[in-house]
Ligand binder design. Structure first.
Ligand SMILES: Cc1ncc(COP(=O)(O)O)c(C=O)c1O
Length: 354
């Protein structure tokens, strides 16, 4: 593998080299741009990652006029670095902003910010090509004002952290808890965009899942509490009667880029794919009858993670033999191979940066 070009020495603490985990191995740089109603967007600047100084009466802090994204840059087989589907994240970021009455970050500005941070912090990927740079674009209402109205000022930030495995270094099946008490998203709400306000209210259900002996929460639809929608911050797939099925995008699910990528890759791998609604009852009965042989979660952070056991109230059921099934393993490997440039890129998804 050829060396990755670096512009300056990284400040990374050595404790992150072995296992950077997920979410706190922040890199050294930050892109910042500001928008005001009168002047539009300022030219984005790349600077060192620093703390922010904000007024306690900032709109974003009080009324959650805040949206974000999550995407990754991967070391390629030839040693270069590419971001995965950044245009799709830019598009979803723009949709999220529009839903919260915020100005959209132009796609080219978003891409430029991704490129600038990745170039500046590429040397964080030197030591271990399986690590990734997780990029976190953030847009928040930065006007000081406590009248309940849309802000006249916004700040766009692009930061990054070094990421290892979301569920640890090994791929182990996770157990999940069906939340019967709480709902993630309602028709007409914000479930199909990535706004900060979707995540705070999910944490209590996540704590309940852990108290119930599970690692993650599974969300059901708000109207009937029957249809499986998502798992934590991930989309779900089922292998049912030999087909790969993922819950249909009803407007209350986040349309994941990983979900979309897997639908394409699975088709290329010869799996019949379908987007359909699936109830908890069908999931449980399918596992008992053998019609459902695998379930996995997918997302930028989790990649592809098998689901081994499900808890619904006092009832537990096991999927397949509780381990990682063959379709899950194959699709996980195929996705990682595309992301690292080890197999043909089926959709022009890789955006080479340096
Ligand atoms: C609620 C939710 N669902 C699904 C996903 C997976 O989306 P993606 O594959 O684009 O990371 C995410 C992560 O962004 C999420 O927060």
């Amino acid at each position: 593998m050829t060396a990755i070009a670096t512009t300056e020495a990284s400040l990374r603490p050595s404790k992150y080299l072995e296992n950077p985990g997920h979410g706190d191995a922040f890199t050294d740089h930050l892109v910042t741009a500001r928008w005001t109603a009168g002047t539009g967007w300022s030219a984005p600047t790349l600077g060192p990652l620093t703390n922010l100084s904000i007024h306690p009466g900032m709109i974003g802090l009080h009324y959650a006029q805040v949206v974000f994204e999550g995407l990754k840059a991967f070391v390629q087989q030839d040693g270069s670095i590419a971001a995965f589907r950044p245009r799709d994240n830019a598009a979803r970021f723009a949709r999220s902003a529009a839903r919260l009455a915020m100005p959209e970050v132009p796609q080219e500005m978003f891409l430029r910010a991704v490129e600038d941070v990745v170039r500046a912090d590429a040397d964080w990927l030197h030591d271990n090509p399986t690590h990734t740079l997780y990029l976190r674009p953030l847009l928040y209402a930065s006007e000081t004002q406590l009248m309940l109205r849309a802000s006249n000022e916004y700040t766009f930030l692009m930061m990054a952290f070094l990421a290892g495995g979301f569920f640890g270094d090994q791929v182990q099946p996770v157990s999940v808890h069906v939340s019967r008490e709480f709902t993630r998203a309602v028709p007409g709400g914000t479930g199909n965009v990535k706004c900060a306000a979707n995540y705070g209210p999910s944490l209590l259900a996540q704590q309940q899942a852990q108290a119930a002996g599970c690692q993650q929460v599974v969300w059901l639809d708000a109207a009937e509490h029957r249809f499986v929608e998502e798992m934590g911050g991930m989309n779900l797939f089922f292998v049912r009667d030999g087909r790969l099925v993922t819950p249909a995008l009803t407007g209350t699910l986040l349309p994941g880029n990983t979900r979309a990528s897997l639908l394409t890759i699975a088709g290329l791998e010869g799996y019949p794919v379908a987007e359909e609604r699936i109830t908890v009852e069908e999931w449980r009965e399918g596992c008992r009858s053998g019609a459902i042989t695998e379930t996995f979660a997918c997302g930028t952070a989790a990649v592809v993670t098998p689901v081994g056991r499900v808890r619904d109230g006092d009832d537990w059921f096991t999927i397949g033999d509780g381990g990682m099934g063959p379709a899950t393993a194959r699709l996980r490997q195929a996705l990682l191979d595309v992301q690292h440039g080890r197999r043909a890129d089926p959709g022009g998804w890789l955006h080479r940066i340096c």
